[in-house]
Each structure stands twice: as structure tokens, then as C-alpha cells.
Design a protein around this ligand. Sequence first.
Ligand code: MG
Length: 253
Amino acid sequence: MNVNLAMWIVLAATGAVARAGIKGYPDDPKLPGVPYVVHDPARPQPPVVGTAGAVSVKPPSDAIVLFDGTSLEAWTPGWVIRDGVMVATKNDIQTKQAFGAIQMHFEWRVPAGRKVDGQTGGNSGVFLMGLYEVQVLQSNHNMTYPDGQAGALYGQLPPLVNATAPQGEWQSYDLAFEPPVYEDGKVTRPAKLTLFHNGVILQNGESYLGPTEHRKLTTYPATHPAAAPLRLQFHGDPVEYRNMWVRPLGKRD
Ligand code: MG
């Protein structure tokens, strides 16, 4: 047996078959409304925005500051602070406070010199309400299945474009999130996300199919909290965060 065939068999056994050099899961469940499966390596790659710069926005006066460079007080259990930067060290962390609809800003960076390959090396994420991941991934010159790259609704929807800055540079996310609306035990409006990455829009009021899953087609649960803690993902990589704040969104009278 030649080496390539042997390697393909090993990859196929793990479900991580390479297609056109991109690792993914071509045998995962089909997504609704599009001719692609969850984590489809053959899904078209979003166009690359060549140069986009991180946008640093100071917390507005009514923001709840989750990390200002000095304190991990908002988090449990907490990671570590190095040089005013929060560094992912082990386990997911979550906010002590629960949130529903929010505006959120934060900046993130994958350290230069670290080996990044697909979903490994530069992976984290913010789970809105602890349930809905906005993918954080070093996606500059790092191809992966499009619903797993930076700014994806992980496992559900790729970003419109790839606006990821080079590894080692700070990047910004600005997002607005709304939880799903339930009436009589049914979802009448799905959870919605708008996301800007380095000032470039990646998600324009897009809908989650349900809470984030890996290699499964998600659906909404029968019941849903009105608010829940934000969670930051530790995926084995020392992803760095700074200047993180949220503004809970009220309703118009
Ligand atoms: Mg992630």
C-alpha cells in the first residue's frame, strides 16, 4: 500500500479527510438550505480581505467591562494576565454575570511563531450565552473548513469574507447578539448575530440554527434561558484577549 493511500485510510477512519488540502468532515450531516454538510471542506472559501486593521474602541460609559488589562474579577475561574493581556491557559472560563442580548467588543491575538494548522494552534471562541460560538481562529494563511474559520457561526455558517490579520497582530471583534425568541415552546425568531472583524462585516444579522455543536446538525432546545454567562473557549492554544466589554441591549418603548 502506498503511503498516501495509507494516510487517507487513517484520516478517513478519524473522519478528517483532506479535500483539496483542507481538513474537514465531508460525511457530516447536511445543513438545511445549502448543498453543504457541517464542517464541509469543499464549501467555497470566503474571499480574503487583504488588509484590515484592528479597531480599538474604548468602553462607552454604560459598558460592563469584562477585561481592562488589570483584573479577572468578571470571570470564573479565570485565566492569567501577562503584560495587561488575558491569556488562555486551561479550561473554558465564563462570566459571573449572565447576559441575553448584547453588544460586545474585544480584541484577540494568536502569538507569533506558534504553529497553526487548520483548527489547531490558534483556536478559541466566544460562546454567547454559553451556547452560540463565534469562532476565534488564526485564519490568515490558514485554510480550514469555512464554517470553522474566524468569524464563523461554528459548524453552521461561514463568514462573508476572511478579514483575519497576520498571526501575532491584534484583531478586533465587534458584535451584536440577540437570543432566540420562544412563544408557546416554539422558536419564532432564531438567535441572531452581527459581527465586524477588524472593522469588516462578516455576519450581517445572521441566524443560528441552534446552539453550537461539533459534527452534528443542531436544533433549538425545548426551553431556553433568557440570560446566561458568556464563555470563552480554551482549545489548547494560548490565545490572548484584551479590551473586552459588553453593553446589554434594552428594548425600545
Ligand atoms: Mg473555537
